[in-house]
Design a protein around this ligand. Structure first.
Ligand SMILES: *Cc1c(COP(=O)(O)O)cnc(C)c1O
Length: 399
């Protein structure tokens, strides 16, 4: 019997009842704008910021319209100017180079290793080319953060972390997003909390926080940011910083607050699913598991494996066969950008030399979403399907 999976790879869980209730209360009040509060009231957005700052152990938090907006704001707030070069990952998603382009700066891509993290040798080699690294923890893979920070500290590089896939993850006990000067998170539907759209920004740097608050569109209401720095920090910043509106609203904040309370548990549930799939994929000939280091606390909201040195025809064949059996895989090796997947050489607004070692890895990356609506049994079934299709194609030859 040929097994087929019938579930949906794009179906997330419903918003928790507490979030629905809170959203209804905001709508009933009519006060959806973050600065529209009744006397004595603290807005949902301001509360979200306080709670997320505490959860991440950071001094300051700002809630904004998207993860991409948080990153562009971070770049502006640390002083990136048009024409500046900014280091970033060759393996990431389009909003990352897009955030750099949004401030008129120029991405300089750093290669990807077979562990799917930024290549630290390549980073060290390019360290003299820029003052800022927009580090993308793409698909939740954390590089050796001690080694990375040592390279950047020695070269005077400011690190901004893109934690779109690592909210709740940690390296050696330190939460992702807390080691760089700024941590940026996304609340887009497919990330770890779901408000449809949204972004969060954390930092311990008072000036950077003040600039980000002004940039986000606080008018002169910056004192309404309970998770922001004290008034005096805004003294000159408030005259010098443009308002580039990208605020979060109370409706989204209301939906997010209960989700953040359960983040720990959700991360455990993702990992139960991730490791079940990983276990099922082990010992598949031709398939390379991306081994996760013990120092990394992962959040397995997606899984990747490598079909290294397979031909395009063979990879496409596996993807088509899995699709027929209900398993949706994505491939980062395609010459044409597709859906959510694109690669450094698809972003043609950037001049970038080819990176042969990274090209080899990218050509082998197969990627799959792991929504929490999957049961553990679904995960075993999906792994069996992938294993049998990869195995069959390997037998037939991968060139
Ligand atoms: C989703 C995502 C972002 C931010 O995206 P928004 O859609 O702007 O919230 C940033 N980096 C990566 C790697 C992402 O996947």
């Amino acid at each position: 019997m040929t097994e087929v999976f019938k579930g949906s790879f794009t179906q997330q869980e419903p918003i928790p009842e507490a979030g629905i209730e809170a959203a209804l209360a905001v709508m009933r009040s009519g006060r959806l704008h973050r600065y529209n509060t009744a006397p004595g009231e603290v807005s949902e957005t301001a509360l979200l910021e306080q709670e997320f700052a505490a959860q991440m152990g950071k001094k300051y938090c700002l809630a904004v319209a998207s993860g991409g907006y948080a990153m562009a704001t971070a770049l502006r707030a640390v002083g990136v100017k048009p024409g500046d070069r900014v280091l970033t990952n060759a393996f990431t998603l389009a909003p990352v180079p897009g955030a750099i382009a949004a401030v008129g700066a120029v991405p300089v891509f750093v290669g990807v290793t077979e562990q799917l993290v930024i290549d630290l040798e390549d980073l060290a080699a390019k360290a003299d080319q820029a003052d800022v690294l927009l580090l993308s923890h793409m698909r939740g893979h954390l590089a050796d953060m001690e080694a990375l920070m040592a390279i950047c500290d020695a070269a005077g590089i400011t690190v901004i972390e893109d934690c779109a896939h690592t909210m709740g993850a940690a390296w050696n006990g330190l939460l992702s997003g807390t080691q760089g000067l700024v941590g940026c998170y996304s609340c887009q539907t497919y990330k770890h909390v779901n408000a449809g759209e949204g972004g969060l920004f954390v930092t311990d740097d008072a000036e950077v926080a003040a600039r980000a608050i002004m940039l986000s569109g606080s008018y002169m209401l910056f004192e309404r940011h309970d998770a922001g720095p004290p008034r005096e920090v805004f003294e000159t910043i408030r005259y010098e910083t443009p308002n580039i509106s990208g605020r979060m609203d109370n409706l989204r904040a209301a939906i997010l607050r209960p989700q953040l309370q359960h983040l720990e548990r959700q991360c455990e549930r993702w990992n139960e699913r991730y490791f079940k799939i990983e276990e099922g994929l082990r010992e598949t000939p031709g398939l390379t598991i991306v081994e996760r280091p013990e120092t990394e606390r992962i959040v397995g909201s997606s899984i990747q494996f490598l079909l290294l040195d397979w031909s395009e025809t063979a990879v496409k064949d596996v993807i088509a066969r899995c699709a027929k059996r209900g398993v949706e895989l994505k491939w980062f090796g395609g010459a044409e950008p597709h859906g959510f997947t694109s690669r450094y050489d698809s972003w043609r607004y950037v001049q970038s030399p080819q990176m042969p070692q990274s090209d080899r890895v990218l050509a082998g990356i197969v990627d799959m979403r792991v929504p929490l609506t999957f049961t553990i049994e679904d995960c075993s079934l999906i792994a069996r399907i992938i294993k049998s299709e990869v195995g069959a194609r390997y037998q037939a030859g991968v060139r």
